[in-house]
Design a protein around this ligand. Sequence first.
Ligand SMILES: *Cc1c(COP(=O)(O)O)cnc(C)c1O
Length: 379
Amino acid sequence: MVRPTHAVVDLARLVANYRAIREYLAAASAAPPRIIAVIKANAYGHGAVAVARALEAAEAEGGAPTLACADIEEGIELREAGIRAPVLVFGALSVSDLDGVFRHRLTPTVSSPSAARRLRAAAAARGCRLGVHVKVDTGMNRFGFRHDNLRRTMPALGAGDAGPLRVEAVYTHFATAESADHPLFERQRGCFESVRAAMRELGLRGAWCHAANSAALLRDRRTWYDAVRPGLLLYGVVPPPMEEHVPVRPVLSLHSRVVAVKGMRRGETAGYGARFAAPRAMRAAVVPAGYADGLDLRLAGAASVLVRGRRAPVIAVSMDSTTIDVTDSDVSPGDPVVIVGEQDGDSIDARELARAIGTVPHEILCRMGARIARVHQGL
Ligand SMILES: *Cc1c(COP(=O)(O)O)cnc(C)c1O
């Protein structure tokens, strides 16, 4: 049984997007970078296990894909579902996580000297060598070794000798890759170039480099290095305000149905706080999806949904339902509603909703609630 509100995740599109990115990279480079597929946050709401399985199967011919998630728990979920691909964990490690890293063959990110010391001790105690990626902070000011004092902090890794940690890669993350004119992007790129130049001296000879999220991948080939880390692009959404370079299509669509239709007289109000007042006699329809499902309250007055081949403006969002204006169309209960996706030649995507409420498409996708069933199809 599926609720009227459900998300359809088209895995054939996901695989097509993955291949389109791979072809884009291959067309521009004799030695194209590998792809680290970012499937954190339940694969941006698409269902991490299903996405991982689809990518693993798609890559069966072309070598093992690397997957990336945010924390150890997300990595363990993949392992418990039988995913065998290398799994890179982006987030900072806490003490309690360490055991999971070893038990589930996850590749942690080392982002501080203290984490390096703890991991070294844990690997030594288990008598094994652990592959890690090292994060360098070039301007995001979040995770990572500061780029400007690596000579002092890197020795904590013990990377020069055959110590318990094997540094497989060094990476950084851009804060402003999608804004064409923000100077921080070039500054970060310059900092990372200096880190690369110093890698031999820092005992990191032979480690790979990676830096590019979706926006950097599209924007600047110089950020490709040995691997790229697309998230949003894999799900078929080009990071705004960038224009499309790669032929990707949205993987997720969000569907519902009208459950009630009613007349409103001029001056009557709809929803909590009576924030919407009918400027004339109207027909309103109720859709059973609300902010508990991830629909933002601010969509009221700012966005529409598709029903009967038309755009119906959102007039109120409550916890479990949304009211839309269907005054000029012949809508009745049971009619299919598209909140994200395509209907009768029109479409609404995560970029449009993000723009309407002043956020990024990542947030639109990730906030889709746990109550919404993901129906995986296409493969
Ligand atoms: C989330 C994330 C990405 C992917 O970003 P997109 O904008 O979705 O491509 C890449 N790298 C890191 C470290 C991330 O946290």
